[in-house]
Design a protein around this ligand. Structure first.
Ligand SMILES: *Cc1c(COP(=O)(O)O)cnc(C)c1O
Length: 407
């Protein structure tokens, strides 16, 4: 058996055998969401069929089994991120939720004052812009933006100029969802620590493709979504350094996040439960653990090599086409963004869909970045474990055909 058996992987994804508009589905929108393997679907189903109950408060047997499964899922996530303790793993509904959690509690704690600065980059997804703008409105802090070069990489000298003693937070995407740029996050996090800034990485695009080691990155907060790592929708993770999280106030109030409630006052629970008010997405957490186990059985290195090979083939095939412009650096990961001169991304995407090829068109929740490059959007093909060289060839042929029809 070959080291990376893509046929065996595809067989584990029931949705890949369906047709779209009478054509076999070629799914290249993995940066928006990935499909789920049987291992994940089975884990979710088993949860409901065998142990469904609310967690943490029941004395009954099923409640105990559900609690154990939920906390084992937290351990799996902690191991996957090399987090020193599972108490630093907060289950959220996704990356957006995780970043809002951090921005909100920093605001509630009054950690930012007028004159303080939050530094992010021109590559950010709206999820890593808007919560910080809201924090600026609330605190009087100001937002500063690391510019990007024409090849979609960060302007590092500008980063070092923008990073000062006034910088309280560096919030940065690990991999750009729009261009596939892999940021040198370890180096940037280390520089931010030197000036005493808190650091947050948006790992929504990195988690499906790279091993993540929060201790090696030495980052304070790391956020990612389950649905992009082959897990169910509605579950996500916030890793937060214990000392920092423990010094911050709660976010949402409700059940589970308290120690004792009375009308004269309430005391709050320990980490991680303080940040998990209400009944959590139990099935989602269990599905996420199953997805991480599935990824680790394949191995992130093998997965990454496979995806890198596909993206290089796609870049080579597409750049041979007339008037085609690729965005981002040549060593991009997972996502390939392009446009064709004189053709609207939406029109091209619509024709590709008719041929069974699912790509993303538009601004990819990165309007400031699109504006920087003078476009309203791009066409983005993004790759996962189950994509094949044959699909890359189909993509290039379909783009060529669609462009000829639109010219
Ligand atoms: C998808 C994505 C998000 C938002 O994730 P949600 O799952 O929608 O919360 C944030 N940042 C990046 C880089 C993304 O790709």
């Amino acid at each position: 058996m070959p080291a990376f058996d893509v046929a065996a992987i595809r067989a584990q994804f029931p949705i890949l055998s369906r047709e779209v508009h009478g054509k076999p589905l070629v799914y290249l929108d993995n940066a928006a969401t990935a499909h789920k393997p049987l291992a994940v679907l089975d884990a979710s189903r088993r949860y409901y069929e065998e142990i469904n109950a609310n967690i943490h408060r029941g004395t009954h047997h099923l409640s105990q089994l559900a609690t154990i499964a939920h906390e084992e899922a937290r351990l799996t996530v902690a191991r996957h991120l090399n987090s020193p303790t599972p108490d630093e793993i907060i289950f959220t509904s996704g990356t957006t939720d995780s970043i809002n959690l951090v921005a909100s509690i920093l605001g509630r704690a009054g950690r930012l004052k007028p004159g303080d600065e939050i530094l992010l980059s021109h590559l950010e997804h709206h999820s890593n812009i808007v919560p910080w703008q809201m924090l600026c409105e609330r605190s009087g802090a100001t937002l500063h933006v690391i510019p990007v070069h024409d090849d979609g990489t960060l302007d590092l000298p500008a980063f070092h100029r923008l990073l000062t003693e006034r910088t309280r937070v560096l919030a940065l995407t690990h991999i750009s969802n729009a261009f596939g740029t892999v940021n040198p996050v370890r180096e940037l996090v280390a520089a931010a620590k030197q000036v005493g800034a808190l650091t947050l990485l948006d790992g929504a695009q990195a988690a499906p493709h790279l091993p993540i080691d929060v201790q090696d990155l030495d980052v304070d907060f790391y956020a990612f979504s389950g649905h992009k790592v082959y897990a169910p929708t509605g579950i996500g993770v916030l890793y937060g350094r214990y000392k920092i999280l423990d010094s911050l106030p709660p976010w949402r109030g409700g059940g589970e996040m308290i120690k004792k409630v009375s009308f004269s006052g309430t005391t709050y629970n320990n980490l991680p439960f303080r940040y998990e008010a209400g009944t959590p997405n139990i099935e989602g957490a269990i599905g996420l653990a199953a997805a991480l186990d599935w990824i680790n059985r394949i191995g992130l290195d093998a997965l990454h090599q496979h995806e890198q090979s596909l993206i290089r083939q796609a870049a080579a095939a597409l750049s041979a086409l007339d008037g085609l412009r690729l965005y981002g650096p040549s060593d991009r990961a997972a996502s390939l963004s392009f446009n064709i001169d004189g053709i609207h991304h939406y029109d091209l995407g619509t024709l590709l869909d008719q041929m069974g090829i699912a790509v993303r068109t538009g601004h990819h929740c990165c309007q400031p970045l699109m504006e920087r490059f003078g476009v309203t959007g791009t066409i983005r093909a993004s790759f996962a474990a189950y994509n094949t060289t044959d699909e890359v060839i189909q993509l290039a042929a379909a783009v060529k055909k669609a462009a000829a029809m639109l010219r």
